[in-house]
Design a protein around this ligand. Structure first.
Ligand code: 18C
Length: 255
């Protein structure tokens, strides 16, 4: 009967293991490939300005404006011990941990579950005086990337990129929709354990590249915005990496 047919179609969609039949797939594929390239080229030839440094963590930005709005691109590198690239990306991607480490959030919901590796998030961020509150609607995609250098065991990436959904249009009165393109690319390096011993967390090093471009979407005072950047990005990367190390310390290694 027709009911069975409907069930059949729904099941077919559900059993597709990736997002590759989704309307957003061509964009997800394109932006993810771009972000992998962008993260892997390091600082390239562009004029990046170091604005924060602490231990292994280094953060660079370029001052850029679009139509009078500050959109400074940010690139950060960090090196942490004892965790894998997959673990880092798992905690960055998965909604159940988001409130644990993301301090700019007021509210977060998953508005579409495209597949195990691709979700659409709606996030309401804390208001910064004197600006209007911001929200963000973006797809988030996690994947493994083939390693491209000797010594690197594996690479994982999470890409977050703003999108639109008729069900969740911007309000733009009480709240302005911002636009973001963010990636977290992580590489696992494993040192050889002593002869006969097995790999432990002491053998793991995770190299992190975090890239971000946030367009505030509407007027925001440039000086306040740059001050927020300077404070929030280092705070985020320190807090997030410490969180993942802490979450993983008594768990089996997830490669
Ligand atoms: O990548 C990060 N997080 C991901 C999961 O949440 C995801 C989200 C990124 C959103 C970034 C934009 C957040 C803006 C929030 C404004 C309020 C924050 C201040 C809170 C003060 C208590 O990819 C980690 C993101 C790390 C956050 C860095 C902050 C960047 C600031 C950008 C400013 C944007 C415009 C703000 C409005 C005007 C301010 C005068």
């Amino acid at each position: 009967n027709s009911n069975n047919n409907v069930t059949h179609v729904v099941n077919d969609e559900k059993t597709a293991s990736s997002a590759e039949y989704h309307r957003l797939w061509p964009e997800i594929e394109r932006v993810t490939k771009e972000q992998i390239k962008y993260a892997q080229m390091g600082l390239g030839n562009d004029a990046w300005h170091l604005f924060a440094e602490e231990g292994e963590m280094k953060m660079y930005r370029r001052e850029e404006e679009v139509n009078g709005l500050v959109v400074d691109p940010l690139k950060a590198c960090h090196v942490v011990k004892g965790v894998t690239a997959h673990e880092m990306c798992h905690y960055f991607f998965s909604p159940q941990y988001r409130y644990d480490w993301e301090t700019t959030l007021e509210h977060m919901t998953v508005v579409e579950n495209i597949s195990d590796d691709t979700l659409i998030f709606l996030q309401l961020h804390k208001r910064i005086w004197p600006a209007t509150q911001r929200d963000a609607l973006f797809w988030s995609h996690i994947r493994q990337v083939p390693p491209n250098e000797p010594g690197v065991r594996d690479i994982w990436i999470v890409v977050n990129n703003s999108t639109e959904l008729p069900k969740h249009p911007p309000d733009n009165k009480k709240c302005i929709r911002l636009f973001l393109t963010v990636c977290l690319l992580c590489q696992t390096i494993v040192s050889s354990p002593k002869e006969g011993a097995s790999i432990t967390r002491d053998n793991l090093t995770c190299k992190i590249t975090y890239c971000s471009v946030v367009n505030p979407g509407g007027w925001a005072p440039a000086s306040v915005l740059r001050a927020v950047y300077k404070r929030e990005y280092p705070k985020f990367l320190k807090r997030f990496t410490a969180y993942v190390i802490d979450q993983c310390k008594n768990k089996p290694i997830m490669f």
